[in-house]
Design a protein around this ligand. Structure first.
Ligand code: AMP
Length: 279
């Protein structure tokens, strides 16, 4: 496995290797990330994973500085999964001058839910992903990019960006990898105490309960409010627990039928976690 840090070195490493399958990450890799690498291996000639904690997608009060950085362990895991190339730029490699040009995503999709609670988040995500896409795919004529459904709205925003800019990239969404308790694996789970880790399973349970209740019928806003109150009673501070249409993340007129997704974001102590469930 090759480890490269600069755009020029990555492009040189990719030359003549065929169609890349690319997995962007912020590192601190767990089984969820590795499942994306496995998918990537089935879809491209050369598997590239990036590790880059993207300052642009953090708000000033968020955890950019404390975000776990475990580069050596990450590389060992990637190598064991058969990853071919790790791209691990320093900030000065990816953003040699301040990145003053940004990608502004569709507000209808990106200013709701996560975008509402983390203003500018999807601008930061789209800007880094567009830049990484240019770095990986501009000299290879396109390829495949693999993202997790764990970040459901992010996957939708990326899909729409790819479509709107006619990028020659096939986006693949992978199912969420969970612990036995149902807790979605996340790098931020590392912030949880042992006690909180037990409490944390309540988030996926709340989404399941909300989805089940929505299918039964009744006023959706009331069901969502009740789901948030129940989660609050378990020690969480929810930002949202909501049922949306999978196609556009808007509120369905009727939740008893159709392709829906329950999405949630909530804080346990100072740790903010997100999860979702398609139903
Ligand atoms: P991150 O390093 O958190 O930015 O995530 C990098 C990629 O891994 C994103 O596409 C995430 O959606 C995906 N990912 C994170 N956690 C999981 C999980 N538990 N299962 C599947 N994919 C995940």
């Amino acid at each position: 496995m090759q480890i490269v840090h600069t755009i020029a070195d990555l492009r040189a490493a990719l030359a003549g290797r065929g169609r890349p399958a690319f997995v962007p990450t912020m590192g601190n890799l767990h089984e969820g990330h590795l499942s994306l690498v496995q998918q990537a291996r089935q879809h491209g000639d050369v598997v590239v994973a990036s590790i880059f904690v993207n300052r642009l997608q953090f708000l000033p009060h968020e955890d950019f500085y404390s975000y776990p950085r475990t580069f050596d362990a990450d590389c060992a895991k990637l190598e064991a999964q058969g990853c071919d190339i790790v791209f691990a730029p320093k900030e000065k490699d990816l953003y040699p001058e301040p990145q003053t040009f940004k990608i502004q995503p569709d507000a209808q999709l990106a200013d709701i839910l996560e975008g509402h609670f983390r203003p500018g988040f999807f601008t930061g995500v789209c800007t880094v992903v567009m830049k990484l896409f240019q770095v990986v795919f501009a000299t290879t004529g396109g390829g495949v990019a693999v993202f997790g459904k764990k970040d459901y709205q992010q996957l939708m925003v990326i899909r729409r960006m790819v479509q709107q800019f006619a990028l020659p990239i096939e986006v693949i969404g992978c199912p969420t990898t969970r612990a036995g308790s149902g807790l979605a694996l996340s790098s931020r789970n590392g912030y949880l105490s042992d006690e909180q880790r037990v409490q944390a399973m309540a988030l996926s349970q709340a989404l399941k309960a909300l989805a089940d209740a929505a299918r039964q019928g009744g006023d959706l806003a009331e069901l969502e409010a009740r789901a948030m109150a129940d989660l609050r009673a378990k020690g969480w501070e929810p930002d949202y627990l909501t049922v949306r249409q999978r196609s556009n993340l808007l509120t369905p007129a009727d939740a008893t039928t159709g392709d829906l997704v329950a999405l949630g974001a909530a804080r346990l102590g100072s740790t903010r976690l997100i999860d979702n469930l398609e139903f």
